[in-house]
Design a protein around this ligand. Structure first.
Ligand code: SAH
Ligand code: SF4
Ligand code: F3S
Length: 441
């Protein structure tokens, strides 16, 4: 059946969710739906949720509250919710009691079933809750409507086995499952044929990729490096506990692997890292950074840091500040520790008072930003290869793109450069971005 209707997707959370939303959009296009840019005017609204911190949960319920009057005015307006929050029974229970007008609840493991669920809701006018507890076989060949024409996410694995004590993800995304290298290579080749120049390989911990028992993550990079027409390879996220020498060597050998790594540290204190179950120490992390900087001169490094994990003392926090100073991150995502229901750290009794958390958070952000600004300022005068993404949100004459080191850069250009790799001279370094001009050749 070809549904002549419109849809709108709201996505919270990480790249996994963004990519899942691209898949949902692809399936809806195949069903004959078209995208509506305004949520309130769409026939079908999908909210893809994240549960990583309490804020994300709150934003979801806020959004759902806003949709209530639309549902009242138009009973045909269809509301679907999915993503990581739905993998938790207490969330489903509260949707059922407080928002009983929600039409479809599905989870992270059965996205491929969405067209079927939606069709039956639209024809039968019933409500459906269909959430799988864990992922089964990986479903290949789902369509995707890409956010960008020239770059694409490619899932290489799903789930997480690490059970960091603060984190909900292993409960919402299930155990690790890797796609076969051939399936990944085929997908990348198809994407390249369709205009993609850059791929970002996605997984919660890409280092533990186990393709077919013979291909590990570094091998996969070597194989992708051979794909003709592909220009850039990135990946997210690698876990410090198993970042291998072989992967560091891949940076040296594979020209297409961008000299950039996102390597979440979470804390600079070995004592806190142990209670987080991260399975590396401050010292081993710093050693890794040294190795990376030595093997790949100029590599840009970003990280994630949690402030106010239970039991974090002022000394522990000082160690985090000190580590940030030593590594000199190009950028860092900083988070206030947020209690997650069902995780081990929820039960820890030495939770940190909110005012102490906020005070430490502000000190950390100040340090991180001053380092970012300093590092970006040092780029002035350098020529960077930039994949041009398109006009910026604020001006049609200003174009944006990313440098190899994943820095956002703005520069005057025209539409003919979109999708091209061009040389841009950096003219100014700001805290969160660079300014530049097309370099004269
Ligand atoms: N798999 C990735 C990260 C996934 S979640 C990794 O292991 O690095 C993204 C980030 O959210 C984490 O790196 C962590 O810094 C943060 N995070 C996860 N759970 C959190 C919590 N309960 N409170 C605050 N931040 C959290
Ligand atoms: Fe969460 Fe840790 Fe898994 Fe990352 S590695 S998703 S932080 S449990
Ligand atoms: Fe959020 Fe789920 Fe990603 S909890 S961070 S959307 S894996």
């Amino acid at each position: 059946m070809n549904w002549d209707r419109t849809y709108h997707i709201t996505t919270f959370g990480c790249q996994m969710n963004e990519h899942d939303s691209e898949t949902i959009a692809g399936m809806l296009s195949e069903m004959g739906f078209t995208e509506s840019l305004e949520r309130d005017r769409a026939d079908v609204v999908i909210i893809n949720t994240c549960s990583v911190r309490e804020n994300a949960d709150k934003r979801f319920f806020g959004t759902l509250g806003q949709l209530k009057h639309l549902k009242k005015e138009n009973p045909d307006f269809t509301v679907c919710v999915c993503g990581c929050m739905m993998q938790q029974q207490h969330i489903i229970d509260s949707i059922k009691t407080k928002y009983p007008w929600v039409d479809i609840i599905f989870g992270t493991h059965n996205i491929h079933q969405f067209p079927q669920l939606l069709s039956s809701v639209l024809t039968e006018k019933e409500k459906i809750v269909n959430v799988w507890e864990d992922g089964g076989e990986i479903v290949e060949g789902l369509p995707a409507k890409r956010l960008y024409k020239h770059k694409s996410f490619v899932n290489i694995m799903y789930g997480c086995n690490n059970f960091c004590t603060y984190c909900i993800v292993p409960y919402t995304r299930g155990r690790e499952r890797s796609r076969k290298p051939e399936d990944i290579l085929d997908e990348v080749k198809r994407l390249v044929a369709d205009g993609v120049r850059e791929v970002t390989l996605l997984g919660q911990n890409v280092n533990s990729y186990q393709g077919d028992g013979q291909t590990d993550f570094a091998d996969l990079i070597y194989r992708l490096n051979e794909v003709e027409g592909l220009e850039r390879i990135r990946f997210m996220t690698s876990h410090p506990k198993d970042l291998s020498d072989k992967l560091i060597q891949a940076y040296v050998d594979c020209g297409k692997l961008c000299d950039y790594i996102h390597l979440p540290v979470q804390s600079g204190s070995s004592r806190v890292l142990k209670r987080m179950n991260r399975r590396y120490t401050r010292e081993s992390y710093l050693q890794l950074i040294q190795k990376l900087k030595k093997a790949v001169p100029g590599i840009t490094i970003s990280t994630d840091i949690i402030v106010g994990f239970p039991g974090e003392t002022e000394e522990d926090f000082q160690e985090t500040l000190d580590l940030v100073r030593q590594v000199e991150y190009d950028s860092a995502f900083t988070f206030l520790y947020s209690i997650r229901k069902g995780t081990p750290a929820e039960k820890y009794e030495d939770q940190i008072p909110e005012n102490v958390k906020h005070q430490r958070f502000n000190r950390l952000v100040e340090l991180v930003n001053s380092i970012s600004a300093k590092k970006n300022a040092a780029y002035v005068g350098k020529i960077e290869k930039v994949l041009v993404e398109g006009p910026s949100k604020t001006s049609s004459q200003t174009y944006t793109g990313r440098t190899e080191g994943f820095k956002l850069i703005n520069f005057p250009a025209g539409p003919e450069l979109t999708g091209k790799l061009v040389d841009v001279e950096v003219t100014e370094g700001k805290t969160f971005s660079l300014e530049g001009r097309i370099a004269k050749l």
